[in-house]
Design a protein around this ligand. Structure first.
Ligand SMILES: [Fe+2]
Length: 248
């Protein structure tokens, strides 16, 4: 039996070591604003048992039009700061992004400007208003080009809540589903939490992510990791969670 949890009265840790979704890169979206914010969030990751962090800043039309030119300097800055911070030196950082499927993505993808995770995984985010026409074609195209698309937090798109078959179809196409720990914790409301629990029941959660934007999210996640529900859910998820396969 794996020792998933520390002794009583100590904070629980996760059963995987790779966070595939977070907004820890400083100053490029509405996550960490400064290097100090980033270091505090990385310290929180470490306390939860994470030692490999994929930095997935927003790339969205109009709001956060990030490109390799904006992301790479922030990544170098953070890597340098981590190397100079004794208790965080063992943290492995990887640069990628959370790509919203929109007109900015279309242009960047056509120009080959996407940054995939190790193992060629790539985190894709749907619009929150409606599923875009051509989603299946895009996901198919990504796969044909050797990528492994991950759909970020499918439980958060309200239009899927009543369309379980659609989620089953996408998952059946080989799209990996990444659910937010925050969703399981109820942070985004009951509907979202119910969809996350339904995905868990169906064995359709392939990856978990913190999606942390700041320390207020850390607090919610840490509380959830100490809950009875998580203690019950974790062993079933552990059998098929792929977070640590994100490597070259
Ligand atoms: Fe995110």
């Amino acid at each position: 039996m794996f020792n998933i949890f520390k002794k009583k009265n100590q904070d629980a840790t996760l059963f995987y070591v790779t966070d595939v979704h977070c907004h820890i890169l400083p100053g490029v979206d509405h996550g960490a604003q400064t290097v100090e914010d980033s270091l505090a969030m990385l310290r929180a990751e470490k306390e939860m048992g994470i030692n490999r962090v994929v930095l997935t800043s927003h790339v969205t039309a109009e709001t956060f039009e990030n490109t390799p030119e904006t992301l790479k300097p922030a990544f170098e800055l953070l890597k340098q700061a981590v190397a100079e911070t004794e208790d965080l030196r063992d943290m492995q950082l990887y640069l990628s992004a959370e790509y919203r499927i929109d007109e900015f993505w279309d242009k960047q993808y056509a120009a080959g400007n996407q940054i995939a995770m190790p193992g060629n995984y790539i985190l894709m985010e749907n619009s929150f208003h409606q599923e875009l026409l051509g989603l299946d074609d895009l996901l198919f195209d990504l796969r044909m080009k050797g990528y492994h698309p991950i759909l970020a937090h499918p439980e958060r798109y309200g239009y899927y809540a009543q369309r379980h078959q659609r989620m089953e179809h996408l998952h059946g196409m080989g799209i990996k589903f990444q659910v937010n720990l925050l969703s399981l914790a109820g942070y985004f409301g009951q509907h979202c939490r119910e969809t996350a629990l339904w995905l868990a029941k169906k064995g359709m959660i392939d990856m978990l992510g913190s999606d942390m934007h700041g320390m207020e999210h850390v607090k919610v996640i840490k509380n959830y990791l100490n809950s009875k529900e998580w203690r019950k859910l974790a062993p079933t998820l552990q059998s098929h969670i792929l977070n640590d396969l994100v490597r070259d």
